[in-house]
Design a protein around this ligand. Structure first.
Ligand code: NAD
Ligand code: MG
Length: 360
Protein backbone atom coordinates (compact mmCIF):
# COMPACT_ATOMS: atom_id res chain seq x y z
CA UNK A 1 0.00 0.00 0.00
CA UNK A 2 1.14 3.54 -0.77
CA UNK A 3 0.24 6.60 1.25
CA UNK A 4 0.20 10.14 0.02
CA UNK A 5 -0.52 13.26 2.03
CA UNK A 6 -2.44 16.22 0.73
CA UNK A 7 -0.84 19.09 2.60
CA UNK A 8 -3.44 21.66 3.54
CA UNK A 9 -2.54 22.64 7.08
CA UNK A 10 -5.22 21.51 9.51
CA UNK A 11 -7.25 20.20 6.58
CA UNK A 12 -4.45 17.82 5.49
CA UNK A 13 -5.49 14.27 4.79
CA UNK A 14 -4.03 10.95 3.65
CA UNK A 15 -4.76 9.13 0.41
CA UNK A 16 -4.20 5.38 0.62
CA UNK A 17 -3.63 3.48 -2.61
CA UNK A 18 -3.54 -0.29 -2.72
CA UNK A 19 -5.36 -3.55 -3.25
CA UNK A 20 -8.23 -4.77 -1.09
CA UNK A 21 -8.48 -1.55 0.92
CA UNK A 22 -12.24 -1.95 0.84
CA UNK A 23 -11.92 -4.83 3.29
CA UNK A 24 -9.02 -3.49 5.33
CA UNK A 25 -10.86 -3.16 8.64
CA UNK A 26 -7.96 -1.81 10.60
CA UNK A 27 -7.13 0.96 8.14
CA UNK A 28 -10.76 1.97 7.59
CA UNK A 29 -11.66 2.01 11.28
CA UNK A 30 -8.59 4.06 12.11
CA UNK A 31 -10.21 6.91 10.16
CA UNK A 32 -13.80 6.14 11.12
CA UNK A 33 -13.65 6.14 14.89
CA UNK A 34 -17.20 7.35 15.61
CA UNK A 35 -20.22 5.18 16.18
CA UNK A 36 -22.33 6.90 13.51
CA UNK A 37 -21.89 6.48 9.80
CA UNK A 38 -23.75 7.34 6.61
CA UNK A 39 -22.74 5.35 3.55
CA UNK A 40 -23.75 6.88 0.22
CA UNK A 41 -23.44 4.83 -2.94
CA UNK A 42 -25.45 4.15 -6.07
CA UNK A 43 -27.51 1.31 -7.50
CA UNK A 44 -24.63 0.12 -9.76
CA UNK A 45 -21.79 0.17 -7.24
CA UNK A 46 -23.63 -0.91 -4.09
CA UNK A 47 -24.39 -4.47 -5.32
CA UNK A 48 -20.70 -4.90 -6.25
CA UNK A 49 -18.95 -3.53 -3.17
CA UNK A 50 -21.23 -2.37 -0.35
CA UNK A 51 -21.57 -5.65 1.57
CA UNK A 52 -17.82 -6.19 1.75
CA UNK A 53 -17.16 -2.65 2.87
CA UNK A 54 -19.95 -2.75 5.41
CA UNK A 55 -18.57 -5.98 6.91
CA UNK A 56 -15.11 -4.44 7.20
CA UNK A 57 -16.49 -1.42 9.04
CA UNK A 58 -17.75 -3.62 11.86
CA UNK A 59 -20.78 -3.08 14.09
CA UNK A 60 -21.77 0.50 14.84
CA UNK A 61 -24.50 2.18 16.84
CA UNK A 62 -26.03 3.84 13.78
CA UNK A 63 -25.42 3.16 10.08
CA UNK A 64 -27.56 4.69 7.39
CA UNK A 65 -27.21 3.52 3.79
CA UNK A 66 -28.36 5.83 1.02
CA UNK A 67 -28.38 4.22 -2.42
CA UNK A 68 -28.80 6.78 -5.17
CA UNK A 69 -29.96 6.33 -8.74
CA UNK A 70 -26.96 6.12 -11.10
CA UNK A 71 -26.10 9.03 -13.35
CA UNK A 72 -24.89 12.60 -13.66
CA UNK A 73 -28.54 13.66 -14.12
CA UNK A 74 -29.10 12.78 -10.46
CA UNK A 75 -26.33 15.06 -9.20
CA UNK A 76 -28.97 17.56 -8.13
CA UNK A 77 -30.37 19.48 -5.18
CA UNK A 78 -33.21 16.92 -5.09
CA UNK A 79 -30.73 14.08 -4.52
CA UNK A 80 -28.85 16.17 -1.97
CA UNK A 81 -32.14 16.62 -0.11
CA UNK A 82 -32.77 12.89 -0.30
CA UNK A 83 -29.46 12.29 1.49
CA UNK A 84 -30.05 15.02 4.07
CA UNK A 85 -33.60 13.79 4.74
CA UNK A 86 -32.27 10.34 5.57
CA UNK A 87 -29.49 11.72 7.75
CA UNK A 88 -31.98 13.92 9.62
CA UNK A 89 -34.64 11.30 10.12
CA UNK A 90 -32.08 8.79 11.39
CA UNK A 91 -30.95 11.51 13.82
CA UNK A 92 -27.26 11.62 13.05
CA UNK A 93 -25.40 14.10 15.20
CA UNK A 94 -22.41 16.31 14.42
CA UNK A 95 -19.98 13.48 15.11
CA UNK A 96 -21.29 11.40 12.22
CA UNK A 97 -19.18 10.64 9.15
CA UNK A 98 -20.40 10.47 5.57
CA UNK A 99 -18.67 7.87 3.41
CA UNK A 100 -18.86 8.09 -0.38
CA UNK A 101 -18.57 4.75 -2.17
CA UNK A 102 -18.60 5.38 -5.90
CA UNK A 103 -17.41 7.57 -8.74
CA UNK A 104 -17.19 11.33 -8.96
CA UNK A 105 -20.94 11.84 -8.90
CA UNK A 106 -21.39 10.03 -5.58
CA UNK A 107 -18.21 11.65 -4.22
CA UNK A 108 -19.17 15.21 -5.14
CA UNK A 109 -22.71 15.00 -3.81
CA UNK A 110 -21.73 13.18 -0.62
CA UNK A 111 -18.98 15.71 0.02
CA UNK A 112 -21.44 18.54 -0.44
CA UNK A 113 -23.97 16.88 1.88
CA UNK A 114 -21.18 16.58 4.47
CA UNK A 115 -20.29 20.25 3.98
CA UNK A 116 -23.92 21.28 4.55
CA UNK A 117 -25.11 18.98 7.33
CA UNK A 118 -24.92 20.90 10.60
CA UNK A 119 -22.48 23.30 8.90
CA UNK A 120 -20.02 20.56 8.16
CA UNK A 121 -19.36 17.00 9.29
CA UNK A 122 -16.57 14.57 8.46
CA UNK A 123 -16.48 12.63 5.28
CA UNK A 124 -14.26 10.04 3.68
CA UNK A 125 -14.12 8.79 0.13
CA UNK A 126 -13.82 5.36 -1.39
CA UNK A 127 -13.60 6.33 -5.06
CA UNK A 128 -14.34 3.52 -7.52
CA UNK A 129 -13.71 5.05 -10.96
CA UNK A 130 -10.28 5.90 -12.28
CA UNK A 131 -11.41 9.50 -12.76
CA UNK A 132 -12.61 9.86 -9.18
CA UNK A 133 -9.45 8.21 -7.85
CA UNK A 134 -7.07 10.58 -9.63
CA UNK A 135 -9.17 13.70 -9.82
CA UNK A 136 -12.36 14.31 -7.87
CA UNK A 137 -11.18 12.70 -4.63
CA UNK A 138 -8.24 15.12 -4.41
CA UNK A 139 -8.82 18.79 -3.75
CA UNK A 140 -12.01 19.16 -1.78
CA UNK A 141 -14.34 20.51 -4.45
CA UNK A 142 -17.87 19.29 -3.81
CA UNK A 143 -20.99 20.21 -5.72
CA UNK A 144 -24.29 19.44 -7.35
CA UNK A 145 -25.48 20.64 -10.75
CA UNK A 146 -28.06 23.34 -11.36
CA UNK A 147 -30.31 23.23 -14.46
CA UNK A 148 -28.38 26.27 -15.67
CA UNK A 149 -24.89 24.96 -15.07
CA UNK A 150 -22.73 22.03 -14.02
CA UNK A 151 -21.28 22.06 -10.47
CA UNK A 152 -22.75 25.52 -9.85
CA UNK A 153 -23.90 24.84 -6.29
CA UNK A 154 -21.15 23.60 -4.02
CA UNK A 155 -18.49 24.13 -1.41
CA UNK A 156 -14.87 23.42 -0.66
CA UNK A 157 -14.86 20.66 1.93
CA UNK A 158 -11.85 18.38 2.34
CA UNK A 159 -12.30 14.70 3.15
CA UNK A 160 -10.64 13.18 6.23
CA UNK A 161 -9.16 10.34 4.21
CA UNK A 162 -9.37 8.73 0.79
CA UNK A 163 -9.17 4.97 0.29
CA UNK A 164 -8.31 4.00 -3.27
CA UNK A 165 -8.86 0.29 -3.74
CA UNK A 166 -7.40 -0.44 -7.16
CA UNK A 167 -9.27 -3.74 -7.38
CA UNK A 168 -12.51 -1.85 -7.87
CA UNK A 169 -11.23 -0.79 -11.29
CA UNK A 170 -11.59 -4.34 -12.57
CA UNK A 171 -15.35 -3.91 -12.89
CA UNK A 172 -15.24 -0.45 -14.47
CA UNK A 173 -16.58 -0.30 -18.07
CA UNK A 174 -13.78 0.14 -20.64
CA UNK A 175 -15.03 3.50 -21.85
CA UNK A 176 -15.09 4.93 -18.31
CA UNK A 177 -11.62 3.54 -17.71
CA UNK A 178 -10.28 5.20 -20.88
CA UNK A 179 -11.89 8.50 -19.92
CA UNK A 180 -10.08 8.34 -16.58
CA UNK A 181 -6.81 7.67 -18.38
CA UNK A 182 -7.22 10.98 -20.21
CA UNK A 183 -6.93 12.81 -16.88
CA UNK A 184 -3.99 10.59 -15.86
CA UNK A 185 -2.15 11.53 -19.06
CA UNK A 186 -3.00 15.18 -18.36
CA UNK A 187 -0.95 15.12 -15.15
CA UNK A 188 2.10 13.90 -17.01
CA UNK A 189 1.71 16.65 -19.56
CA UNK A 190 1.21 19.53 -17.12
CA UNK A 191 3.64 18.71 -14.36
CA UNK A 192 5.65 15.53 -14.69
CA UNK A 193 7.52 14.79 -17.92
CA UNK A 194 9.12 11.55 -16.61
CA UNK A 195 5.62 10.33 -15.71
CA UNK A 196 4.41 11.14 -19.23
CA UNK A 197 7.29 9.10 -20.68
CA UNK A 198 6.45 6.31 -18.26
CA UNK A 199 2.84 6.38 -19.45
CA UNK A 200 3.91 6.16 -23.08
CA UNK A 201 5.93 3.06 -22.21
CA UNK A 202 3.44 1.40 -19.88
CA UNK A 203 0.10 2.05 -21.56
CA UNK A 204 -0.42 -1.60 -22.59
CA UNK A 205 0.01 -2.66 -18.94
CA UNK A 206 -2.41 0.00 -17.82
CA UNK A 207 -4.95 -1.00 -20.44
CA UNK A 208 -4.61 -4.59 -19.20
CA UNK A 209 -5.34 -3.10 -15.74
CA UNK A 210 -2.25 -4.64 -14.20
CA UNK A 211 -2.19 -3.83 -10.51
CA UNK A 212 1.36 -2.55 -10.19
CA UNK A 213 0.98 -0.23 -13.17
CA UNK A 214 -2.38 1.04 -11.94
CA UNK A 215 -1.02 1.77 -8.47
CA UNK A 216 1.93 3.65 -9.93
CA UNK A 217 -0.21 5.72 -12.31
CA UNK A 218 -2.74 6.59 -9.64
CA UNK A 219 -0.12 7.56 -7.11
CA UNK A 220 1.76 9.83 -9.48
CA UNK A 221 -1.49 11.43 -10.68
CA UNK A 222 -2.70 12.08 -7.14
CA UNK A 223 0.73 13.44 -6.21
CA UNK A 224 0.58 15.91 -9.07
CA UNK A 225 -2.93 17.06 -8.24
CA UNK A 226 -2.14 17.21 -4.51
CA UNK A 227 0.86 19.41 -5.22
CA UNK A 228 -1.14 21.82 -7.35
CA UNK A 229 -4.01 21.92 -4.87
CA UNK A 230 -1.66 22.46 -1.92
CA UNK A 231 -0.22 25.48 -3.71
CA UNK A 232 -3.63 26.88 -4.64
CA UNK A 233 -6.48 25.35 -2.65
CA UNK A 234 -9.18 27.71 -3.89
CA UNK A 235 -8.24 28.20 -7.51
CA UNK A 236 -6.60 31.60 -7.25
CA UNK A 237 -4.22 30.90 -10.09
CA UNK A 238 -2.02 27.83 -10.48
CA UNK A 239 -4.91 25.39 -10.07
CA UNK A 240 -6.05 26.48 -13.53
CA UNK A 241 -3.33 24.32 -15.12
CA UNK A 242 -5.44 21.30 -14.18
CA UNK A 243 -7.74 22.51 -16.92
CA UNK A 244 -5.42 21.57 -19.78
CA UNK A 245 -7.72 20.59 -22.65
CA UNK A 246 -10.81 21.47 -20.64
CA UNK A 247 -11.81 24.72 -22.35
CA UNK A 248 -11.85 23.03 -25.75
CA UNK A 249 -13.36 19.97 -24.09
CA UNK A 250 -16.23 21.86 -22.48
CA UNK A 251 -17.11 23.32 -25.87
CA UNK A 252 -17.39 19.77 -27.23
CA UNK A 253 -19.41 18.54 -24.24
CA UNK A 254 -21.80 21.47 -24.49
CA UNK A 255 -22.23 21.23 -28.27
CA UNK A 256 -22.90 17.50 -28.12
CA UNK A 257 -25.15 17.69 -25.08
CA UNK A 258 -23.68 16.41 -21.82
CA UNK A 259 -23.40 12.64 -21.71
CA UNK A 260 -22.85 11.82 -25.36
CA UNK A 261 -19.10 12.39 -25.07
CA UNK A 262 -17.66 11.45 -21.69
CA UNK A 263 -15.78 14.28 -19.97
CA UNK A 264 -12.43 12.48 -20.33
CA UNK A 265 -13.05 11.92 -24.04
CA UNK A 266 -13.71 15.61 -24.62
CA UNK A 267 -10.65 16.51 -22.54
CA UNK A 268 -8.49 14.12 -24.60
CA UNK A 269 -9.44 15.85 -27.83
CA UNK A 270 -9.08 19.21 -26.11
CA UNK A 271 -5.56 18.35 -24.97
CA UNK A 272 -4.64 17.40 -28.52
CA UNK A 273 -5.85 20.81 -29.69
CA UNK A 274 -3.87 22.55 -26.92
CA UNK A 275 -0.82 20.55 -27.88
CA UNK A 276 -1.18 21.37 -31.56
CA UNK A 277 -1.49 25.05 -30.63
CA UNK A 278 1.64 24.79 -28.47
CA UNK A 279 3.52 23.21 -31.37
CA UNK A 280 2.39 26.00 -33.71
CA UNK A 281 3.86 28.48 -31.25
CA UNK A 282 7.12 26.58 -31.45
CA UNK A 283 6.98 25.49 -27.82
CA UNK A 284 6.93 21.74 -28.34
CA UNK A 285 8.13 19.56 -31.20
CA UNK A 286 5.76 18.39 -33.94
CA UNK A 287 6.72 14.77 -33.21
CA UNK A 288 5.34 15.19 -29.68
CA UNK A 289 1.94 15.99 -31.14
CA UNK A 290 2.06 12.93 -33.39
CA UNK A 291 3.15 10.70 -30.49
CA UNK A 292 0.41 12.08 -28.28
CA UNK A 293 -2.21 11.41 -30.96
CA UNK A 294 -0.88 7.85 -31.16
CA UNK A 295 -1.13 7.48 -27.38
CA UNK A 296 -4.75 8.62 -27.40
CA UNK A 297 -5.52 6.17 -30.19
CA UNK A 298 -3.94 3.34 -28.19
CA UNK A 299 -6.30 4.21 -25.35
CA UNK A 300 -9.20 4.49 -27.83
CA UNK A 301 -9.82 8.09 -26.96
CA UNK A 302 -11.12 10.41 -29.71
CA UNK A 303 -8.53 12.47 -31.58
CA UNK A 304 -10.79 14.78 -33.56
CA UNK A 305 -13.60 17.10 -32.54
CA UNK A 306 -17.12 16.19 -33.69
CA UNK A 307 -17.25 16.72 -37.47
CA UNK A 308 -20.49 18.69 -37.27
CA UNK A 309 -18.93 21.42 -35.12
CA UNK A 310 -17.62 24.64 -36.64
CA UNK A 311 -14.77 26.86 -35.52
CA UNK A 312 -17.29 29.61 -34.83
CA UNK A 313 -19.36 27.38 -32.61
CA UNK A 314 -16.22 26.39 -30.69
CA UNK A 315 -15.25 30.01 -30.13
CA UNK A 316 -18.75 30.92 -29.06
CA UNK A 317 -18.88 28.08 -26.53
CA UNK A 318 -15.34 28.72 -25.31
CA UNK A 319 -16.20 32.36 -24.73
CA UNK A 320 -18.89 31.28 -22.32
CA UNK A 321 -16.59 28.97 -20.41
CA UNK A 322 -16.39 29.79 -16.71
CA UNK A 323 -12.61 29.88 -16.86
CA UNK A 324 -12.87 33.07 -18.91
CA UNK A 325 -11.61 35.83 -16.64
CA UNK A 326 -11.98 39.56 -17.19
CA UNK A 327 -13.15 39.02 -20.72
CA UNK A 328 -9.85 37.46 -21.74
CA UNK A 329 -9.85 33.87 -22.87
CA UNK A 330 -7.35 31.99 -20.74
CA UNK A 331 -6.01 28.76 -22.14
CA UNK A 332 -3.65 26.19 -20.76
CA UNK A 333 -0.89 25.34 -23.22
CA UNK A 334 2.39 23.48 -22.91
CA UNK A 335 5.73 25.29 -22.83
CA UNK A 336 7.23 21.85 -22.83
CA UNK A 337 6.15 18.33 -21.88
CA UNK A 338 5.60 18.50 -18.12
CA UNK A 339 5.36 22.29 -18.09
CA UNK A 340 1.98 23.99 -18.39
CA UNK A 341 1.55 27.66 -19.23
CA UNK A 342 -1.50 29.82 -18.64
CA UNK A 343 -1.88 32.10 -21.66
CA UNK A 344 -4.26 34.99 -22.19
CA UNK A 345 -2.94 36.20 -25.51
CA UNK A 346 -4.61 33.77 -27.91
CA UNK A 347 -6.10 35.74 -30.76
CA UNK A 348 -9.33 34.88 -32.49
CA UNK A 349 -7.34 34.38 -35.71
CA UNK A 350 -4.95 31.91 -34.08
CA UNK A 351 -7.82 29.90 -32.64
CA UNK A 352 -9.91 30.01 -35.80
CA UNK A 353 -7.07 28.64 -37.94
CA UNK A 354 -6.29 25.94 -35.37
CA UNK A 355 -9.90 24.82 -35.15
CA UNK A 356 -10.60 24.99 -38.87
CA UNK A 357 -7.58 22.78 -39.54
CA UNK A 358 -8.67 20.33 -36.83
CA UNK A 359 -12.21 20.19 -38.21
CA UNK A 360 -11.16 19.46 -41.79
P1 NAD B 1 -19.60 8.57 -12.34
O1 NAD B 1 -19.54 8.80 -10.90
O2 NAD B 1 -20.88 8.88 -13.03
O3 NAD B 1 -19.20 7.06 -12.66
C1 NAD B 1 -19.24 6.60 -13.99
C2 NAD B 1 -20.06 5.31 -14.12
O4 NAD B 1 -19.32 4.21 -13.63
C3 NAD B 1 -21.35 5.33 -13.32
O5 NAD B 1 -22.34 4.66 -14.06
C4 NAD B 1 -20.98 4.53 -12.08
O6 NAD B 1 -22.10 3.96 -11.44
C5 NAD B 1 -20.08 3.49 -12.66
N1 NAD B 1 -19.10 2.92 -11.74
C6 NAD B 1 -18.37 3.58 -10.80
N2 NAD B 1 -17.47 2.77 -10.26
C7 NAD B 1 -17.62 1.56 -10.83
C8 NAD B 1 -16.95 0.32 -10.69
N3 NAD B 1 -15.90 0.18 -9.88
N4 NAD B 1 -17.38 -0.72 -11.44
C9 NAD B 1 -18.40 -0.56 -12.32
N5 NAD B 1 -19.05 0.59 -12.51
C10 NAD B 1 -18.66 1.65 -11.78
O7 NAD B 1 -18.48 9.39 -13.13
P2 NAD B 1 -16.97 9.78 -12.78
O8 NAD B 1 -16.31 9.88 -14.09
O9 NAD B 1 -16.40 8.93 -11.73
O10 NAD B 1 -17.12 11.24 -12.17
C11 NAD B 1 -17.68 12.29 -12.90
C12 NAD B 1 -18.16 13.35 -11.93
O11 NAD B 1 -17.05 13.80 -11.17
C13 NAD B 1 -18.76 14.58 -12.58
O12 NAD B 1 -19.94 14.91 -11.93
C14 NAD B 1 -17.72 15.66 -12.37
O13 NAD B 1 -18.28 16.94 -12.25
C15 NAD B 1 -17.09 15.21 -11.09
N6 NAD B 1 -15.71 15.68 -10.91
C16 NAD B 1 -15.41 16.34 -9.77
C17 NAD B 1 -14.13 16.79 -9.53
C18 NAD B 1 -13.79 17.45 -8.24
O14 NAD B 1 -12.71 18.03 -8.12
N7 NAD B 1 -14.64 17.37 -7.26
C19 NAD B 1 -13.13 16.57 -10.49
C20 NAD B 1 -13.46 15.89 -11.64
C21 NAD B 1 -14.76 15.44 -11.85
MG1 MG C 1 -11.58 17.09 -15.76
Amino acid sequence: MHTLHVELGERSYPIYIGRDLLTDSELLCQHLPGSQLVIVSNETIAPLYLDRLRAALGPRELVTEVILADGEQYKTMATLNEILDRVMSDRHNRSTTLLALGGGVVGDITGFAAACYQRGVNYVQVPTTLLSQVDSSVGGKTAVNHPQGKNMIGAFHQPRAVFIDINTLQSLPAREFAAGLAEVIKYGLICDAPFYRWLQAHMPKLLAREEAALAEAIERSCACKAEVVAADEREGGLRAILNLGHTFGHAIETAQGYGSWLHGEAVATGMLLAMEMSARRGWIAREEVADFRQLLQTVQLPVAPPADMTADQFLDLMGRDKKVLDGTLRLILLRDIGEAAIVADASEAELTTLLEDALQ
